[in-house]
Design a protein around this ligand. Structure first.
Ligand SMILES: Nc1nc2c(c(=O)[nH]1)N[C@H]1C(S)=C(S)[C@@H](COP(=O)(O)O)O[C@H]1N2
Ligand SMILES: [Mo]
Length: 301
């Protein structure tokens, strides 16, 4: 099957290979005469990802600022003004300020990432994102030594967001990552889908994508990024701490209090499609498990 990631060699080719097996392990494996079947296996797993249709990805959404129904964001998010747009980057950074989205786009190199996407509600998709690594954006602002976490905030525009009249969540929507999670090469800011600008219902003009975590961590329409030294509050955790933790790594072995996370329904699979097993860290275990070494993943859900 054709390699679907990119047409040209970009940094992404390097990071994807590096993340399949880090260089030290690779060298050690070669020195020990160990075959590269594992690497090839991962590479094949990535290539085999068949993206959902543009229709699935843009008509079946969660974006509660525009309503809680799966079709509400597509119906209502057209009202969101996404240009001009500014993103405040502040806290423990060398160059705090209001960054114009247009300047961010000029500074970043876009690449395609075809990622699994797993909602905590147990549905999933495969999405061909266009975007850049969050690490590159953070480097632009200059992360200071004391920073340990990154906090994110979505726009709050009552005039443009019919859903925020209802106290479903404590608006604005906020999210957070540990700094090492934010700096991981798999963590991107997405500005497109299928090579087109990202539709409003998917989080225009720029949303976070963390493919090994439940979908609610991937906060949409980001207006503020703050580097902090303590764990930031996150919307779903504030709403129900018993059900939604700060980490929210995809884990088939840790059930949600009200349902199992062992399997998932692929959106667009048809009415009689079999559920598929959910993968540890959503299939990105090789790349990210080391971030959580020694951590009790049941306690830190
Ligand atoms: N601001 C904001 N971001 C959000 C949400 C939301 O309601 N508001 N929903 C989250 C949830 S629960 C999921 S599953 C994903 C859905 O992303 P998609 O609609 O692009 O598939 O967005 C996440 N980001
Ligand atoms: Mo979700």
């Amino acid at each position: 099957m054709a390699h679907r990631w990119t047409n040209t060699l970009t940094r992404q080719d390097i990071t994807s290979e590096a993340s399949f097996l880090n260089r030290r392990q690779l060298m050690a494996g070669l020195a020990a005469g160990v075959g590269l079947a594992g690497v090839g296996g991962m590479a094949r797993a990535q290539e085999a990802l068949e993206p959902n249709s543009y229709e699935d990805i843009t008509q079946y959404n969660n974006y509660y600022e525009f309503g809680t129904g799966k079709g509400d964001p597509a119906a209502n998010a057209g009202s969101l003004t996404t240009s001009p747009w500014t993103v405040k980057i502040d806290g423990l950074v060398d160059k705090p300020g209001d960054y114009a989205m247009a300047d961010i786009m000029d500074a970043m190199t876009l690449e395609e990432r075809i990622y699994r996407f797993r909602c905590v509600e147990a549905w999933s998709m495969v999405i061909p994102w266009n975007g850049f690594e969050l690490a590159d954006l953070l480097a632009m602002a200059g992360v200071q030594d004391g920073a340990k976490y990154v906090a994110f905030e979505t726009a709050l525009r009552p005039d443009e967001m019919p859903g925020v009249r209802f106290p479903v969540l404590d608006w604005p929507y906020v999210e957070g990552l540990r700094l090492d999670e934010a700096m991981h090469p798999l963590t991107i800011m997405a500005t497109g889908i299928y090579g087109k600008p990202i539709p409003n219902q998917n989080g225009a003009p720029m949303r976070l994508v963390v493919p090994w975590k439940y979908g609610f961590k991937s906060i949409k329409s980001v207006v503020r990024i703050t580097l902090t030294d303590s764990e930031p509050p996150t919307s779903w955790n504030k709403s129900n701490a018993r059900e939604y933790g700060f980490y929210s790594n995809v884990n088939p072995e840790v059930s949600h209090p009200r349902w199992s996370q062992a399997s998932e329904r692929m959106v667009g699979g048809g009415l009689f499609a079999k559920r598929q097993p959910t993968l540890m860290f959503n299939g990105y275990e090789e790349e990210v498990a080391s971030l959580y070494k020694g951590m009790d993943l049941k306690a830190n859900f």
